[in-house]
Write a protein that binds this ligand. Structure first.
Ligand code: NIG
Ligand code: FE
Length: 412
C-alpha cells in the first residue's frame, strides 16, 4: 500500500472550495482551515483538515512538521502563455515606448512575425530547453500548471516542431504543461494564398497529426483586424469542434470582435477582452465561456486592463493568466500581475485567487486541480505568513517558501 505523508500545521489553508464558478466573490466566502494539515498519498490529497486530528489517522508513514507560520494555497494555474519561442523582442519594447503602435511595429518587421522567424531558426531541442527553463521559473512563483501555445511556427511543419518541443518539455518541466495549437495566430507572411486557404491547410494537415501524436487537445485563434476575422475562422472552428478539440480564442484585444466568436463556438475561454464593451461582457456572462484577463499584456503594451470588475459583476467566470510571451507580455509573473489587476480593477482577494486557481483550471477543462480537497492533485504553494492576505498585498514580492506538485516537494 502506498505510504501517506502528513504536512502541517499550516496557520491557514485556503482551500478555494465552495465558491461558484461564475460571478463576484467576497473574501468572507473563502474557506479557511486554521492550524490545518494535508495528508498526501501518491500524487493526491487524501485528507485535509485540522492538523491535530489528522495526526490520529492511521497509515501515516511520515509527518512533515512545519515550524513558524505558513499559509497554503492551491498551486497557481496559468491558463494562457506563449513560453515556447525563440529570440527576444526587446527592440519592440523600446520602439513601443518611443511611441510606435503595436501595428506600426508589426509593419516595420517586428511583432509576432519577428518571433516566428526566430522560432523557426531554433531547433526543437533548443525550444524544449528554453520552455523547461521558463516553466521552472514560473514554478518558483507557485505556478504548478501552465498552458503553452504554439503559434510561432505558422506552417504545418513548424507548428509540429513547436508542439513536439512542448510535449518533450512537459516530461522534464516541473509544472504540468497543457499544450494549445495557435497556428491561427496570424496569416504567415510567406504563405501564398488567402486566410481561409491557410486555415484549411492547417485543419487538413495539422489537426490529424495533433490527434495521432497527442500533441494538443486545444485550438486557439487570434480574432483581430491584424489576424483572422469571424468569417475567416468559421470552417476552421467547425472542423475543430467536429474533431472534438477544445476551443479558446484571443478575443477583443484591440477591437471587440472575438468574444462573440468564442461564445458561438462554445469556446472554453475568451482571453484578453481589453476592448470588450458592455455588449460583449453580457454575451460572455450569459454563456459558459470563461473570461481570461491578461494583465501582463496590458502592462507590457501600456494599454487598458481588461474590465475585470464589470465582467465579474455581470456574472461571468473570470480567470487571470500571464500571457507570458516575448512581445506583448515579457514579464511573465502571474502573481505580480494578478495582484496589480486586483488593485486597478478593485477585485477582492477571493476573486483574484479564484482567477488563478479553480477558475483557471476550468478554463483548461481540468477538474483535478485548482482547489485543495480530497481526491484532487496535491499541488500547492506555501508562503511564510500568518494571513493569506499577505500574498496579494505584497504584489508578487512575497515568494512561496515551498511548492508541492503531484505530492512531491519540488521547490523549497
Ligand atoms: O496574446 N495577441 C496575440 N498574441 C499574443 C502576442 C504575441 C506576440 O506579440 O508575440 C498575445 O498578446
Ligand atoms: Fe496570448
Amino acid at each position: 500500500m502506498e505510504k501517506s505523508t502528513l504536512i502541517g500545521p499550516f496557520k491557514q489553508i485556503i482551500t478555494m472550495t465552495g465558491i461558484p464558478l461564475k460571478g463576484a466573490v467576497k473574501d468572507s466566502e473563502l474557506h479557511i482551515i486554521s492550524d490545518g494539515g494535508i495528508i498526501i498519498t501518491g500524487s493526491t490529497i487524501t485528507k485535509i483538515g485540522d492538523f491535530e486530528l489528522l495526526k490520529e489517522s492511521d497509515k501515516i508513514a511520515e509527518t512533515i512538521t512545519l515550524k513558524g507560520n505558513h499559509v497554503c494555497v492551491p498551486g497557481f494555474i496559468d491558463a494562457h502563455t506563449h513560453i515556447c519561442f525563440g529570440g527576444s523582442r526587446a527592440k519592440d519594447y523600446a520602439m513601443r515606448n518611443a511611441g510606435k503602435s503595436y501595428l506600426e511595429i508589426a509593419h516595420a518587421g517586428g511583432g509576432i512575425w519577428d518571433t516566428v522567424m526566430q522560432t523557426r531558426k531554433s531547433t526543437q531541442e533548443e525550444l524544449t530547453k528554453s520552455t523547461i527553463k521558463l516553466a521552472n521559473r514560473h514554478l518558483k512563483n507557485g505556478t504548478t500548471t501552465i498552458e503553452v501555445k504554439s503559434g510561432y511556427g505558422l506552417s504545418v511543419d513548424e507548428e509540429l516542431k513547436m508542439l513536439r518541443a512542448i510535449k518533450e518539455a512537459n516530461i522534464t518541466a516541473m509544472p504540468d504543461l497543457i499544450p494549445t495549437c495557435l497556428a491561427a495566430h496570424m496569416l504567415p507572411k510567406d504563405f501564398q494564398g488567402t486566410e481561409t486557404a491557410y486555415l484549411s491547410e492547417i485543419a487538413d494537415h495539422l489537426f490529424p497529426m495533433l490527434k495521432s501524436e497527442k500533441l494538443a487537445n486545444r485550438i486557439d485563434a487570434f480574432i483581430e483586424e491584424s489576424a483572422f476575422s469571424a468569417e475567416d475562422i468559421k470552417d476552421y472552428f467547425n472542423t475543430a469542434r467536429a474533431l472534438k478539440f477544445d476551443i479558446t480564442v484571443h478575443a477583443d484585444q484591440f477591437t471587440p470582435a472575438g468574444s462573440k466568436v468564442a461564445v458561438n463556438y462554445k469556446a472554453l475561454s475568451a482571453d484578453h477582452l481589453e476592448a470588450s464593451t458592455e455588449n460583449e461582457i453580457e454575451i460572455i456572462a450569459n454563456s459558459d465561456t470563461i473570461a481570461v484577463a491578461l494583465p501582463g499584456a496590458s502592462i507590457g503594451l501600456g494599454c487598458d486592463f481588461t474590465p475585470a470588475r464589470k465582467i465579474l459583476d455581470a456574472g461571468a467566470a473570470l480567470a487571470i493568466a500571464s500571457d507570458h510571451n516575448p512581445g506583448s507580455a515579457p514579464m511573465g509573473d502571474l502573481l505580480t500581475q494578478a495582484s496589480i489587476l486586483g488593485t486597478f480593477q478593485k477585485l477582492t482577494n477571493a476573486e483574484v485567487l479564484s482567477g488563478i486557481t479553480f477558475r483557471a483550471a476550468a478554463a483548461l477543462n481540468l477538474s483535478d486541480r485548482g482547489k485543495l480537497e480530497e481526491g484532487l492533485l496535491a499541488d500547492f504553494a506555501v508562503f511564510h505568513s500568518d494571513n493569506y492576505q499577505d500574498i496579494l498585498y505584497n504584489q508578487g514580492n512575497l515568494k512561496p517558501c515551498m511548492v508541492w506538485k503531484d505530492g512531491n516537494l519540488v521547490y523549497d
